[in-house]
Design a protein around this ligand. Sequence first.
Ligand code: NAP
Length: 270
Amino acid sequence: MGHPVAHSRSPMIHNYWLKQLGIAGVYELKDLQPDEFVPFIKNLSDNGYVGGNVTLPHKEAAFRNVAARDAASEAVGAVNTLWLENGKLLGGNSDTHGFIANLDERAPGWDVKGCRALILGAGGAARAAVYMLRQRGVEVDLVNRTLPRAQELATRFGAHAHGWDALPRLLPRSDVVINCTPLGMAGKEPLQIDLTPLKRSAVVYDVIYVPLETGLLAQAKKRGHRTVDGLGMLLQQAGFGFRKWFGGNPQLTAELRAMLEADIVAKTPK
Ligand code: NAP
């Protein structure tokens, strides 16, 4: 459920698992205007659904309209997964799990002693990232164009807020750098950053997955850093909802990742 929603790759993931596990179900897209969203989720079951994912611009409306929420969605203030339990509509946030599980899988050992992370951005993705990193005891520096937004997150989660001009000072002390802005995404402005001050052992993570290799990741790879892309985050967060709606044990296979990569490459303008 979103507006717009046609670009979503989630049906490819869930319908792959439904087929793999032999479950008679379907995951489909619903483009809903803001005034259609709340009536739709209030009648999910009558509409024939056991639950669903929520994307922009409905995550806050979902947060406000569920009977109960999990700890992660409570902490980040956004619900992106809905499911029914004993007739009640419940809400959770899977971006938090997706963010950290992807980092653990793709860059094992990233969380060195005294680890410091640098997050670019202070929107929804940054909230999920800072929450999970703080849960793991990591010191977090947040850099954002609108400083008060970063300050609000910093106060809430016990992190440190800065403007973009602080980057040359912050990069040398960072063990993980994470882009949580849309800069570098296909069709958006590039992310202007010089990774020269970054130590070679630092991990560079971009939550963007279109393109698969952003300018940030290309620069980091060239300098010999370990890199983590955003497709793994999308894949890692999906199992949370699937288990709530359909049960079973969905697996992140190489075949599934290859299917998504091929689709992204085919549809991303050069
Ligand atoms: P959001 O809530 O709109 O936040 C966007 C952030 O980027 C804000 O901090 C904003 O700064 C900053 N920003 C935007 N344009 C900028 C510019 N021109 N210059 C400097 N800063 C700029 O967005 P979001 O939901 O966090 O999403 C961010 C990115 O993460 C998107 O590309 C999205 O696709 C991706 N994402 C990926 C996954 C995944 O599963 N891989 C999950 C969630 C999101 P201000 O505060 O100054 O406006």
